[in-house]
Design a protein around this ligand. Structure first.
Ligand code: DGP
Length: 113
C-alpha cells in the first residue's frame, strides 16, 4: 500500500485534531465534516480498504467498530450515531487507507445518498 494522508497523520507528519489513540488505531476529526460530529477511526495497520482485510484482521475490525461506539458515546451521542465505511472509489472512498466514519449530532435519512 502506498502512503496516504492518513499514514502521515499517524506519523504526526501532518496535523489533525486527534480525539483518541491506542496501539491499534487512531481517531481524529474529519477535515470536511458532514455532521456536527464527524470523526474517522483508522487502523494503524495500513489496510487499503475493508475488501483488503483478511480473517486475521477480524479482531482489528471488531476493535475499530467497538472503539467507534465508545467515541460516539464520549462525544455525547452514544444512543444515536451513524457508522459508514466507503469501500472503493465508486462507493465514495477517496483516501485509500481504511477508515470508519462516525457521524452524529443531526438526523440521518435512509437510504443514504
Ligand atoms: P472517504 O470519502 O470515505 O474516503 O473519506 C475520506 C475523508 O477523509 C473525507 O471525509 C475527508 C477526510 N480527509 C481527507 N483528507 C483529510 C486530512 O488531511 N485531514 C482530515 N482530518 N481529514 C481528511
Amino acid at each position: 500500500m502506498t502512503d496516504t494522508l492518513f499514514s502521515k497523520i499517524i506519523n504526526r507528519e501532518i496535523p489533525a485534531d486527534i480525539v483518541y489513540e491506542d496501539e491499534l488505531c487512531l481517531a481524529f476529526r474529519d477535515i470536511n465534516p458532514q455532521a456536527p460530529v464527524h470523526i474517522l477511526v483508522i487502523p494503524k495497520k495500513p489496510l487499503v480498504d475493508l475488501a483488503a482485510s483478511t480473517p486475521e484482521d477480524e479482531p482489528l475490525l471488531g476493535h475499530l467498530l467497538h472503539t467507534a461506539g465508545k467515541i460516539a458515546a464520549d462525544e455525547g451521542y452514544g444512543d444515536a450515531f451513524r457508522i459508514v465505511i466507503n469501500n472503493g472509489e465508486k462507493a465514495g472512498q477517496s483516501v485509500f487507507h481504511l477508515h470508519v466514519h462516525i457521524l452524529a449530532g443531526r438526523d440521518f435519512t435512509w437510504p443514504p445518498g
